[in-house]
Design a binder for this molecule. Structure first.
Ligand SMILES: *Cc1c(COP(=O)(O)O)cnc(C)c1O
Length: 301
């Protein structure tokens, strides 16, 4: 698939969140994108040239649907990236990436703290079922990382800040070690979001994000995204994981997330302010004890 359009490249992320991926509806002139719930599309009269696994041509919703594609334009723009794939959940996006990149006998290095499904996927699925060599390391210890990432390692996957402990991993440092050894680096950026961190600019090859949380922001739809400038591999992911395994997002969820994402940068600004306040409050134990005491007295305890 071609590089995603971004007429707002270089603009502030607040502008990109409002304008990218949207446009006039050709049939009605509406200034917002419509919701297309159709699962099938009109095929060309000449069927001889059709590739039924294509993700470019709208034919069947699992191969891609307009609401998914418009959201992909926006997600790519938020990361200043050439391409994004939006799938049914964050875990579906993680699985799609690993499923496409890995083969039996490959070596993967991943963190000792990560979203639980990542551990389950690597340990129970890729290792036990498909004989992928999966190695756990403390990504905050660069010497340990250097020992774990051996030449020929296929993939290094990190998550920063991590879920659930908010531990920080140095993306640029890990990217350098991974690339020196010929490994691909993927980063789960869910907790930072593109408002606070763009891993591709720090040397990552792929970013995975759960867009159910910050990007949607309204608690009413689930989705996940893979973001990258590697157009060739992104097309392999579309084919091997979206079309052949079926992890596509529903048009309605894509439409909901697209709608929520308009206010994403404003919500992040407030989220950052609130996090800073809480961090400052937690710095002084006397403040915490005094405030908790007052709160308990207020409810009569
Ligand atoms: C929530 C989360 C996911 C999984 O996303 P789902 O949409 O629940 O599948 C992946 N990574 C991180 C860091 C998360 O917090």
């Amino acid at each position: 698939m071609a590089k995603k359009e971004n007429a707002y490249k270089g603009y502030d992320i607040t502008t990109q969140a409002v304008h990218t991926g949207t446009g006039y509806d050709q049939e009605t002139g509406a200034v917002r994108r419509p919701l297309h719930m159709a699962n099938s599309y009109k095929l060309p009269d000449d069927l001889s040239q059709i590739n039924y696994s294509s993700t470019d041509l709208f034919m069947y919703a699992r191969n891609g649907n307009p609401n998914q594609h418009w959201l992909e334009e926006k997600i790519a723009a938020l990361h200043d990236a050439d391409d994004a794939i939006v799938l049914g959940s964050g875990v579906a996006a993680l699985h799609a990436l690993f499923w496409t990149l890995l083969e039996s006998g490959d070596r993967v290095v991943y963190p000792n703290v990560s979203y639980m499904a990542v551990y389950r996927m690597f340990h129970e699925l890729f290792n036990k079922k498909f004989q992928v060599d999966t190695v756990i390391v403390d990504m905050t210890d660069l010497d340990a990382v250097k020992r774990a990432i051996t030449p020929g390692t296929k993939l290094v996957h990190i998550e920063t800040p991590d879920n659930p402990t908010n531990g920080i991993t140095e993306i640029a440092a890990i990217a350098e070690i991974a690339h020196q050894n010929g490994a691909i680096l993927s980063v789960d950026n869910t907790f930072a979001s593109p408002y606070n961190q763009k891993p591709l600019e720090l040397g990552a090859d792929f970013v995975v994000e759960e867009i159910t949380k910050y990007i949607n922001g309204h608690g009413d739809a689930q989705g996940g995204a893979i973001i990258s400038n590697d157009l060739e591999t992104m097309d392999r992911i579309r084919y091997e994981a979206q079309v052949n395994v079926g992890s596509v997002i529903s048009p309605f969820n894509a439409w909901q997330i697209f709608r929520g994402s308009v206010t994403f940068p404003l919500r992040m600004e407030r989220i950052n302010q609130s996090a800073q306040k809480i961090a400052e409050w937690l710095e002084d134990p006397d403040d915490i004890i005094r405030d908790l005491d007052q709160a308990l007295q207020a409810v009569g305890l």
